[in-house]
Design a protein around this ligand. Structure first.
Ligand code: WT7
Length: 655
């Protein structure tokens, strides 16, 4: 495990202003500490009471936490519920006509769906899935653009007890295929096209390609939502149009009552091997995490207009688009397009037009908007905003200050939320009416989240020192396992080196002298590119699957907007290319990775060598490659390096 240096941090704090504190769900530091103390005092009852209070149970639970099969924990496991019932039916009595979703299409067209309407659509689609013989426990792949229909598809799966696995629309046919096969999906739900930034991209053709790759006999049905109507050809008997499927279907559907531990979804994410892992979440524990964070961190109020900009292909789009806001009965924005179309004022215009109160986005989006229009927010009326959020990567203090002063007009707290696909909901984040902010710090754990920092041997380090971020006790929204690979779950997240007891997050972090947490970066071979998690091994295996490539090593390098850029060092099977040749091969390899994984994984730069720097035992010395990629002078010890001459060669950029 790498040695970790602690870094010095500024100590300027931003306490919440009095007006915000006064209206907040949780006011003052003392009330935050009181909740934490309650969790410390009686951990099980703390969670048990919240689960009773927040969730509508079909059958109440009698057991809170079962740790007997560590680390495969169970929460509230003899209780029964339905997630879609908790997100929709519960609001039918109290607020059927409240708008649940304001959908803004790429071209600006706005559609609204009330809770009554959304419930009707979900029931109809659930009946449609049932008519295709999709039932409880079946896996359904959802590969859709941002749309009301994507939410309907997810909620309908939850209603019938099917396990959805959403695949981000930017992933290639090959990545889609890999996930369909791993999940053993019985159905794929997709669309003809997705429309972003004025351009249409076919999704259906990627589905067709994925299903032509073999090993997909489990797939019985493909449901296609007609987004544009342009790509309407080549339907086999397996395919059915969304509108045909629901045409004659009833608009009520008795929810399938499932046990608290029934899997709600799996979501594939990158790790340190070439194979993505299917992170599996529970029903009740997951829902509880999203509900509590909506209330505690987003300080949710019924009058809010909530906007999380994440795509449903990522966990943020699950917890804070498809589930959390609906379970709270919120009105939320769903936006189909991109922040820069038709111009870089789009986000600010949406906030103005729909009077958004709560805006949650990624630092990479903030940085790119600063670059393309630092003064643009000033041209819009952003006075509806009361809270801002950040997620996906550390937010640099410069971007934080701009977000705070220019977007939030120094009035809105920023909740910097640290969490992961595996944790299901926020873990470290400020309760905005309670915790004074420090730009760049995600502040403190949520009540009941026993986060700390340990050294290589699993011992807690004192404040001011860096180490590995861990969570000491199981918590309800933690992933239950990795789909089909429980051993990998145990080894990755509860490693023996640390005693096997703590959840190892995979990030390094430090706490300052005031106890604030600062995330320093990943400890594994995972890159964070524009807030997206990418395994270096995945990109390397995509590269070596190209017939020209003998060997490849991928590292990250800091990037102004994306956070990290992808640099690939490649050894070809033939001789090392030069000049125009090198340029052309580099272009085609970057294209190759786009086809293999998706545009998010395309290397920013490729460098060719006759070899890679290796130790005498044949291990690639990645830290040297990282230094080379960053253009740093090599100060590391290279005495164990088998082929020192290679370093100079790899220092030559070609594109
Ligand atoms: C990794 C998890 C959580 C939803 C989006 C990403 C990094 C996430 C923060 C933050 C610093 C952050 C971590 C983490 N990360 N949020 N606020 N500050 N780093 O989910 O794809 O599972 O990635 O994203 O490195 O481990 P994910």
């Amino acid at each position: 495990m790498p040695a970790i240096k602690s870094i010095l941090h500024g100590s300027e704090t931003f306490p919440p202003d009095a007006a915000f504190v006064e209206q907040s769900n949780l006011a003052g530091l003392a009330s935050y500490h009181a909740l934490c103390a309650e969790a410390e005092r009686d951990y099980e009852n703390f969670w048990g009471n919240l689960a009773k209070e927040q969730i509508l149970w079909h059958k109440p639970f009698t057991r809170v936490l079962d740790e007997s099969n560590h680390p495969f924990f169970k929460w509230f496991d003899d209780g029964q519920l339905n997630i879609s019932y908790n997100c929709l039916d519960r609001h039918l009595v109290t607020q059927p006509d409240k708008v649940a979703i304001i959908f803004e299409a790429d071209d600006g067209k706005v559609t609204r769906s009330t809770y009554r309407d959304l419930h009707r659509r979900v029931c109809q689609f659930a009946n449609g899935l049932k008519s295709l013989d999709v039932g409880k426990g079946d896996r359904v792949i959802i590969y859709m653009p941002m749309s009301i229909e994507a939410i309907v598809a997810m909620q309908a799966c939850a209603r019938i007890g099917a396990i959805h696995s959403v695949v981000f629309g930017g992933f290639s046919a090959k990545s889609l295929h890999e996930r369909i096969v791993d999940a053993g999906a019985v159905a794929v739900i997709s669309a003809d096209e997705q429309v972003r930034g004025g351009k249409s991209i076919s999704l259906k053709s990627a589905v067709d390609e994925a299903l032509s790759m073999g090993g997909v006999d489990s797939v019985r049905s493909v449901v296609i939502y007609q987004r544009s109507g342009k790509d309407s050809k080549c339907h086999t008997t397996r395919d059915v149009w969304w509108h045909d499927l629901i045409a004659d279907k009833d608009d009520t559907y008795e929810p399938e009552w499932v046990n608290a531990e029934h899997p709600l979804f799996t979501l594939y994410t990158s790790g340190s091997t070439g194979k993505p892992k299917g992170v599996q979440h529970s029903s009740a524990g997951y829902l509880l995490g999203t509900l509590l964070s909506m209330k505690w961190i987003f300080d949710y109020k019924p009058a809010d207009i909530f906007w999380c900009t994440a795509d449903v292909g990522w966990v943020t789009g699950h917890s804070y688009v498809a589930y959390g806001p609906l379970a709270m009965g919120a009105t939320q924005i769903i936006f189909e397009g991109v922040p820069t179309y038709p111009d870089s004022g789009r986000f600010w215009k949406i906030i103005q037009d729909h009077k958004v109160t709560t805006f949650y986005t990624a630092p990479t989006a903030i940085r790119s908007l600063i670059k393309s229009g630092p003064d643009l927010p000033g041209q819009f009326d952003l006075s509806s905003l009361r809270l801002l959020g950040s997620v996906g990567e550390p937010i640099n203090p410069e971007a934080w200050m701009w977000y705070y002063t220019v977007v939030g007009q120094s009035r809105c707290p920023i909740v910097d939320t640290w969490w992961q696909t595996e944790t299901g909901s926020h873990m470290l984040a400020p309760m905005p009416g309670a915790v004074p902010l420090k730009p760049g710090s995600c502040t403190f754990p949520l009540p009941g989240i026993m986060a700390t920092i340990v050294d290589e041997t699993g011992h807690e380090v004192e404040n001011g020192k860096g180490g590995f971020l861990v969570i000491k006790r199981p918590f309800p929204s933690l992933a239950r396992t990795l789909w089909g690979d429980p051993e990998r779950f145990r080894k990755t997240y509860f490693p023996q080196d640390l005693g096997g007891k703590y959840y190892l997050a995979g990030d390094s972090a430090s706490r300052d002298l005031d106890g604030y947490f600062w995330i320093m970066g990943r400890i594994d071979d995972v890159l964070n590119v524009s807030g997206h998690r990418l395994g270096t091994m995945e990109i390397e295996s995509a590269l070596v699957s190209n017939p020209l490539v003998a060997e490849a090593a991928v590292v990250g390098k800091p990037h102004d907007i994306k956070g990290e850029a992808i640099i690939a060092f490649v050894v070809l099977k033939g001789i090392r290319p030069h000049g125009e040749d090198a340029h052309n091969i580099s272009v085609s390899l970057r294209e190759w990775v786009t086809k293999e994984i998706g545009p998010i994984a395309r290397p920013d730069e490729i460098r060719f060598g006759d070899n890679l720097p290796k130790t005498r035992s044949g291990k690639i010395m990645r830290r040297l490659l990282r230094a080379i990629a960053r253009g740093e002078k090599i100060t590391q010890d290279i005495s164990t390096l088998e082929n020192p001459a290679i370093l100079e060669q790899l220092q030559q950029p070609i594109n």
